[in-house]
Design a protein around this ligand. Structure first.
Ligand code: SF4
Ligand code: SF4
Length: 122
């Protein structure tokens, strides 16, 4: 596989070397024990430009980047944004987004002293 290195400002972005060191610190991988759920698995999907709902399987803890020798950034938020823009949000996400638009919080409850928002999900 060809190694790609991107120069962005003064920082380098390097493709994942597939070393697997990140697996030892990823809470999702440690719970599921599936390669596809690991940071390395997600990095492979990202490098191939594939949108996958695996990007929802992440706590955003940042441990993978912290422990990665080349600081691979999975850009999970960006991946999720693209998933939502492609209409690939999960049912849980749909409900949460609707609650935030309607109630101003993800729980679907009116906060004390606040009025129900009039902005509803489209
Ligand atoms: S993300 Fe980093 S630590 Fe994980 S496999 Fe790739 S290079 Fe190794
Ligand atoms: S940020 Fe996501 S992928 Fe990285 S270690 Fe945390 S849960 Fe795993």
């Amino acid at each position: 596989m060809t190694k790609r290195i991107y120069l962005i400002g003064v920082r380098y972005m390097v493709d994942c070397s597939k070393c697997g060191l990140c697996r030892a610190v990823c809470p999702v991988y440690l719970a599921v024990l599936k390669e596809s759920s690991s940071p390395r698995g997600k990095a492979i999907f990202k490098e191939n430009g594939k949108l996958s709902d695996l990007f929802y399987m992440c706590t955003l803890c940042g441990m993978c980047k912290k422990n990665c020798p080349i600081e691979v950034d999975l850009e999970i938020r960006k991946q999720r944004t693209q998933l939502i823009e492609a209409g690939k949000e999960t049912e849980a996400n749909k409900a949460m987004i609707e609650n935030i638009r309607k109630y101003g919080n993800p729980f679907g409850k009116i906060e004390k002293g606040k009025k129900l928002k009039t902005l509803f999900c489209c």
